[in-house]
Design a protein around this ligand. Structure first.
Ligand code: MTE
Ligand code: MO
Length: 433
């Protein structure tokens, strides 16, 4: 709760009361627009229709759903991005997320071989290789271990990949929506590894999923013994099928692809298992534009696991333009795979001047962090940017810096500062400066 400024602020302070005055005009305008329409019958001073009769019986929907009026809030695919919809991606509608948790039904989904339907009674986790006692665990066995609940983001390293060469997708959902953030409940992998006894030569794990892709990744033992979890719970319910039901690995802060879903097998090995996994795919091909780094051309980063600090403004954004002049609270999300967010700075002029945003709510390790900043808009063009700094001191780079150091040949790890251009009519465009 250390940086929870919005909660500790005195609500009667001058700053707080001036902030409350940002509505003013807007409420009056919307009343005028609605009067005379059919909907106006439900507006004050009338009593709305739904207040005049009994509602539906309690528990009409035993596993609840959002209101039917929220049907526009949904994950979306970019049809041209993948050749089919089996090995594909759906994106989190970040503009619609309230707070720091992505609801389970909206958490982005990345599958390589489609979504398997797994009967938990027939699901097993096998642990073998360089261990004293290979074991096969049922879901019940796994739930007998001590469990923890942690809130962490997952981000696919291909998030923002479509923006390397130029702005391609004019929507926050597509520029940044390959991330989700949930409360995950499960067993620290360390406890399970203690049970099987890892041999001293066992320095790596190969984790494999039970999907048709048998997606697998090598993970070094240090990460496995640090904060890696074997997860069965997501925001208070069982994992959703899209997130790996009934069991997934979670490697907090690391490339999403290392959090193997539908986890069925962990093999302890002495070396990473290059041939049997996707390691070679998840490399960052270098083509730096900076002549000083010519020696790096054609080489690639391997094992670039950590997702670097990133911040993005979620309001305003292309999906949520400004409507009318006046005071607004812009807000956004920041995260870093190395730990906590230390601060977020916001620029209204494309990165020339910066002001520090407020961090709102909880500031947790490897977790989405909310930030906000009040600003006044009077119809001028604005180049809006946000820049995250991690507690390790790492500062989110500009796109120019990233291209200089790495070029545009790689797909992954585009954590560049993003620019939203607010046009004179309040609409928001994705641009690069
Ligand atoms: N078994 C399996 N695990 C997997 C994948 C997969 O296709 N199969 N996709 C990976 C990738 S590339 C990412 S980014 C994350 C996405 O997690 P999510 O779908 O829960 O958002 O899962 C990873 N785990
Ligand atoms: Mo991914």
């Amino acid at each position: 709760m250390s940086d929870n400024k919005s909660i500790v602020e005195d609500p009667n302070s001058a700053k707080a009361s001036s902030r409350r005055k940002f509505l003013g005009q807007a409420a009056a305008v919307s009343t005028v627009v609605a009067s005379g329409s059919v909907a106006a019958n439900n507006l004050p001073p009338n009593v709305p229709a739904w207040q005049k009769h009994l509602g539906k019986p309690v528990n009409s929907n035993p596993y609840g759903q959002p209101s039917k009026y929220e049907s526009d809030v949904r994950r979306l695919r970019v049809p041209w991005l993948t050749p089919d919809s089996i090995a594909s991606i759906s994106f989190t509608p970040l503009a619609e997320i309230k707070g720091m948790i992505s609801p389970n039904g909206l958490a982005f989904e990345r599958d390589h071989g489609g979504l398997p339907t797994i009967d938990p009674k027939q699901h097993r986790l096998m642990i073998h290789g360089l261990v004293d006692k290979p074991i096969i665990l049922t879901m019940e066995d796994i739930e007998r271990f001590p469990t923890v609940s942690r809130v962490h983001f997952i981000e696919c390293p291909a998030n923002s990949a479509m923006e390397w060469k130029g702005p391609q997708v004019g929507r926050l959902q597509f520029t940044h929506g390959m991330t989700n953030c949930c409360e995950w409940t499960g067993v620290p992998l360390k406890y399970i590894l203690e049970e099987v006894g890892v041999k001293p030569e066992g320095k790596w794990l190969l984790a494999e999923g039970a999907d048709s892709a048998s997606m697998s990744r090598s993970i070094p033992m240090e990460k496995a013994l640090d904060d890696t979890l074997v997860v069965f719970g997501q925001n208070g319910e069982a994992l959703r099928p899209e997130q790996g039901y009934p069991l997934r690995l979670l490697t907090p802060g690391w490339e999403g692809n290392t959090s193997i879903k539908w986890l069925r097998r962990i093999e302890i090995t002495a070396e990473p298992s290059y041939q049997r996994e996707e390691t070679s795919k998840y490399t960052d091909l270098l083509n730096p534009q900076d002549p000083e780094h010519k020696d790096l051309i054609g080489k690639a980063y391997l094992f670039s696991w950590i997702m670097e600090a990133k911040a993005i403004i979620t309001f305003p954004c292309p999906e949520k333009p400004l409507k009318g002049h006046g005071k607004y609270v812009m807000n956004g999300l920041a995260w870093t795979g190395t730990g906590k967010i230390k601060h977020v700075d916001v620029s209204l002029d494309g990165g020339i001047n910066w002001q520090q945003a407020e961090l709102n709510g909880l500031v947790l390790d490897k977790c989405w962090t909310r930030f906000s900043l009040t600003f006044e808009w009077n119809g001028e063009e604005i180049l809006l940017q946000s820049r995250a700094t991690g507690e390790d001191g790492y500062v989110q780079p500009t796109l120019k810096q990233l291209r200089k150091a790495r070029g545009v040949a790689s797909i992954y790890h585009n954590n560049a500062i993003h620019t939203w251009k607010i046009n004179k009519n309040g609409e928001v465009e994705s641009v690069q400066v």
